[in-house]
Design a protein around this ligand. Structure first.
Ligand code: ZN
Length: 257
């Protein structure tokens, strides 16, 4: 299995070797670690060098983060070009929805232009895109990446209306599901709706979850619980969902067996 989105460079994993070991023991053979800003991008690249074939770094610029400015965007774009062969994706990038600046029209417009720059570079470098574009942002992000001719992308922890979800699937992009599929109706509906060949799984660790995960540090080993929950919802076997989500993540990120 593959955890397609886990922030292994986060403060909550001061030494990620334990989390990685437990993931491997749980059958999670690869983890995609998206960067969220300049320091984070450096840390995930370093983790990729420390755990080759296990940790796959991506370089991005988190859209909810208003601390970083144009200089940092340029640095991220340069890092993507320079590290093309040691990263598996551009991300996470996207559009703001939760942050304080998300309500500001000028900041939203700037974020759209920024996403277009990352999307064009991803297309030019033949790298997939890891998108943070929740709720009302999803349709806007979709339009931007189609315009940029991005061929491979995942809408991470996707949440949006059904019409937008169908448009994302029709455009050929992937959607990823988090541990919320185990207990939240909105995500459970999504797990039933997405075709098997378009679904991948993630923990978005260290993000904390509720339900059966309440009070636990989110680790990539939890992917087995995500797969089990999806299997139950789709009346499939654990192995069927493990195989399809892994094959999809391999195809998306170019991860070899
Ligand atoms: Zn994330």
């Amino acid at each position: 299995m593959i955890d397609s989105h886990v922030h292994l460079d986060a403060d909550q994993y001061p030494d990620p070797s334990g989390a990685i070991k437990r993931a491997l023991e749980a059958g999670v053979t690869a983890m995609v670690a998206p960067g969220v800003g300049p320091a984070s991008n450096r840390r995930v690249i370093e983790l990729g060098r420390r755990y080759p074939g296990v940790v796959y770094p991506a370089v991005g610029f988190h859209p909810e983060d208003f601390e970083h400015g144009e200089h940092d965007v340029l640095e991220a774009l340069e890092t993507i070009a320079r590290e093309r062969d040691s990263i598996c994706a551009v991300g996470e990038v996207g559009l703001p929805w939760y942050g304080t600046g998300a309500a500001d029209a000028a900041a939203r417009d700037a974020a759209k232009l920024r996403l277009a720059r990352f999307a064009k570079l991803a297309a030019a470098m033949d790298l997939p895109l890891i998108l943070h574009a929740p709720h009302g942002c999803a349709g806007e992000a979709l339009a931007i990446i189609v315009e940029a001719k991005v061929t491979r992308a995942v809408f991470h922890w996707h949440k949006s209306d059904e019409q937008t979800t169908r448009a994302i699937l029709n455009a050929g992009y992937f959607i990823s599901l988090t541990p919320e599929v185990a207990y939240r109706e909105r995500d459970r509906d999504l797990a039933r709706m997405i075709p098997a060949d378009r679904m991948i799984v993630e923990t978005d660790g260290p993000w904390p979850y509720g339900g059966q995960f309440a009070g636990r540090l989110t680790e990539p080993a939890m992917i087995k619980d995500v797969v089990a929950a999806i299997a139950h919802l789709r009346c499939a076997t654990f192995d069927e969902i493990a195989e399809s989500t892994t094959a999809n993540a391999r195809a998306l990120f170019g991860i070899k067996e």
